[in-house]
Design a protein around this ligand. Structure first.
Ligand code: SF4
Ligand code: SF4
Length: 395
């Protein structure tokens, strides 16, 4: 295994393969997508996972432990137990621990928020915008909208934000939706993060964007860029997750052979403790790269990294944004067999323009997006900013 083991490690624990909603684009499909796995992760498997994490990456300085599902709050007792155990081990070893969870918001109440806010926690609500848009997509098994219920919990959580407890939104854009109205809606809330992404993996292909959506999205990107720039210039940070990532890649001249750090510093753990490059592969034996009981298989990790390198994708060879996109999300490729490149290219172009504007006004603005080490290197003349040219750093 390479020296990325010293990096910050992000674990994605699949606490529950089941969900109490039936959102139109969801791949979980009431748990069927996960095959014959246990529905809920046991506390024992949760603790074994934490032991594996500490034993495998002892020189990392930070762990980010994420909970997802299905709906992870259907298994709150394991979440609580894992958090307490991880903090206990972190205190002994001096490794800093942060948590995150992505939830549909229907099982969040005051008591649970009180528990979470005792820890460094980023709670992300899956929400798709104003009432009519949200309720056309995020529904119960009987087809009822969930907006009223989710907004109540979301606002409660927002009201509890602190220096260590923050709230974010993950929003899925689908064909025909008004992306600008959605952006404006979420800008009204003081969210710590906003991730707006087009549907990538779905049960329902009628939800994929067409050329009209793509051309309308150009305007939304302009508005996102303006918002991102004004937040960065006034506070040094922005909730816009996608822009932050694209700008960070330009700012640090960090080009990769892989779209993300799955199987390197990101690992997904299934309910039974199998390790995957990302938890969205859970249930597909072809993607198992180890087990928390027996450890990682170096051969399987290597095979995954080889298979998902941008160099392997014929369609990416001549792409202008290859160094930033690096082949797109491997989970989306696995489910749909393709990546919607027109959308990615628009986003990357908008991110590049934004970066160029920011860097012109303040060459050290990359410090503000959290990469102090790169900023110092730049300041000390150890590296030069270059836009372009693929650097093979093993990802
Ligand atoms: S935008 Fe498409 S073609 Fe370009 S790198 Fe990404 S996946 Fe490959
Ligand atoms: S494989 Fe896709 S979903 Fe998983 S971490 Fe990478 S980008 Fe995210």
């Amino acid at each position: 295994m390479n020296d990325l083991r010293n990096e910050s490690i992000h674990l994605m624990l699949n606490l529950s393969t089941v969900c109490n909603l039936a959102c139109r684009y969801c791949i979980v499909d009431a748990g069927r997508a996960y095959g014959a796995q246990e529905q809920l992760m046991s506390q024992d498997t949760g603790h074994t996972t934490i032991d594996w994490l500490f034993d495998t990456f002892p020189s990392s300085s930070r762990y980010l432990i994420g909970f997802l599902g299905g709906e992870p709050f259907l298994n709150f007792s394991t979440m609580q137990s894992v958090m307490k155990y991880a903090i206990e081990r972190g205190n002994k070893s001096g490794i800093s621990i942060e948590f995150t969870a992505i939830t549909n918001g229907t099982r969040i109440n005051e008591e649970r928020i009180s528990f979470l806010r005792q820890y460094p926690f980023h709670l992300v609500f899956s929400m798709d915008g104003p009432l009519t848009i949200h309720d056309s997509l995020r529904i119960t098994a009987r087809g009822k909208g969930t907006h009223h219920m989710v907004v109540k919990a979301f606002e409660k959580a927002l009201g509890c934000q602190s220096s260590t407890f923050s709230v974010g939104v993950s929003c899925t854009l689908t064909k025909g939706t008004d992306s600008d109205a959605i952006l404006q809606y979420f800008r009204n809330f003081e969210v710590g993060s906003l991730k707006m992404e087009w549907v990538r993996i779905s049960n329902d292909s009628a939800l994929y964007p067409d050329s009209t959506d793509i051309s309308r999205y150009r305007d939304t990107l302009l508005h996102r860029a303006e918002w991102f720039t004004s937040c960065m210039e006034s506070t040094g940070r922005s909730p816009d997750y996608t822009f932050r990532n694209i700008v960070a890649r330009y700012a640090t001249n960090n080009t990769h052979n892989h779209h993300c750090a799955a199987a390197q510093s990101i690992f997904g753990i299934s309910t039974i403790g199998d390790i995957y490059p990302c938890s969205y592969f859970s249930g597909d034996d072809n993607y198992i790269i180890g087990s928390v009981r027996t450890g990682l298989s170096e051969d399987r990790v290597k095979a995954y990294l080889m298979q998902t390198s941008v160099m392997e994708y014929e369609d990416c060879r001549t792409c202008a944004v290859r160094n930033i996109c690096s082949g797109g999300c491997p989970v989306a490729r696995r489910y749909t067999g393709k990546i919607d490149c027109a959308l990615t290219q628009l986003e990357v172009e908008a991110g590049q323009k934004t970066f160029e504007k920011l860097i012109k006004n303040d060459p050290f603005c990359i410090m503000a997006i959290g990469n102090r080490a790169a900023a110092e290197e730049l300041r000390n003349g150890l590296v030069q900013l270059q836009l372009g040219g693929c650097q093979d750093d093993g990802r």
